[in-house]
Design a protein around this ligand. Structure first.
Ligand SMILES: *[C@@H]1O[C@H](CO)[C@@H](O)[C@H](O)[C@H]1NC(C)=O
Ligand SMILES: *[C@@H]1O[C@H](CO)[C@@H](O)[C@H](O)[C@H]1NC(C)=O
Ligand SMILES: *[C@@H]1O[C@H](CO)[C@@H](O)[C@H](O)[C@H]1NC(C)=O
Ligand SMILES: *[C@@H]1O[C@H](CO)[C@@H](O)[C@H](O)[C@H]1NC(C)=O
Length: 237
């Protein structure tokens, strides 16, 4: 194949253009916040780590909670916060001494209304970078119980009830090691009165079985079980 100097030159130019367009004057490298936090606990830190080209000017870092602005930092001034995090924050020197790479919100305690999407936005006069991550504040159940009752001569009624967990959990009933598919879940106005009930009618068991109910709070990894040993016409917890 003949080597064409013109095509080599074109390839060179394309490569240079590619390198230039990958120039990023501002780039968020990492957004670090806990995925799930128990309501009322703390402290936690929301951390936005970025890099800024030394030729960039006019740095402004902002944080948003579900699109609502909760923080603004224009170094060397101090960070200003508002909304749901206001009154919960601290800015010790170690957290604000790296304005060109770290924006850190230290929260003494979390509050239930802090669940949501957190967006860190870093901009200069000419460049902009944005990242978003979700954090869920949860409240564990204060009750979780599985019941087995006679339904008729051949069937039993397994009912699991959970109260108090937020955000709205899911329940599943497990017999020995087999998980029943979700059926007959009852929830009424979970926001106001957080309880959830799952009921299933199954053929009575001849041999003893272990019946469990598992609660899961989505997005948190929180799970718990209540268990009973069932044998025909009797129940042992
Ligand atoms: C969350 O925790 C705070 C602080 O302990 C408490 O005052 C508040 O009632 C809790 N929220 C809910 C919905 O339980
Ligand atoms: C969260 O804290 C604010 C005060 O900053 C308070 O008004 C609100 O009731 C709290 N929310 C919950 C669910 O505890
Ligand atoms: C008990 O209820 C189940 C489910 O509704 C039904 O399939 C079954 O025939 C009933 N058994 C008797 C003895 O009525
Ligand atoms: C099943 O048992 C629960 C109580 O454990 C009861 O509230 C519910 O009404 C029962 N369901 C049926 C279909 O009998």
């Amino acid at each position: 194949m003949k080597h064409n100097p013109l095509s080599t030159l074109i390839i060179r130019i394309i490569l240079i253009i590619n390198i230039l367009s990958e120039y990023e004057g501002v780039k968020i490298r990492k957004l670090e916040l806990p995925m799930a936090v128990h309501n009322g606990t703390g402290p936690i830190e929301l951390m936005c780590i970025y890099q800024i080209d030394k030729n960039e000017h006019g740095l402004v870092v902002k944080w948003y909670h579900n699109m609502e602005q909760i923080y603004q930092w224009i170094p060397p001034m101090s960070p200003q916060d508002s909304g749901i995090i206001s009154g919960f924050t601290e800015y010790p020197e170690r957290n604000i001494n790296r304005p060109f790479s770290h924006s850190i919100i230290h929260l003494r305690q979390v509050n239930f209304s802090m669940t949501g999407d957190y967006t860190c936005s870093v901009s200069t006069f000419s460049e902009h970078s944005v990242e978003t991550k979700k954090m869920t504040i949860y409240i564990p159940n204060h009750q979780l119980q599985i019941f087995a009752n006679t339904y008729n001569d051949t069937h039993i009624n397994l009912t699991c009830i959970a109260k108090g967990a937020r955000p709205r959990p899911s329940l599943s009933i497990i017999i020995n090691d087999e998980r029943l598919e979700d059926r007959n879940i009852r929830v009424e106005n979970y926001r106001k009165y957080p309880w959830i009930r799952q009921e299933t009618i199954v053929t009575d068991f001849i041999k003893p079985v272990i019946v469990q109910c598992e609660i899961n709070i989505p997005g948190t990894g929180y799970r718990k079980r209540d268990k009973l040993l069932y044998y025909q016409n009797s129940m042992h917890r």
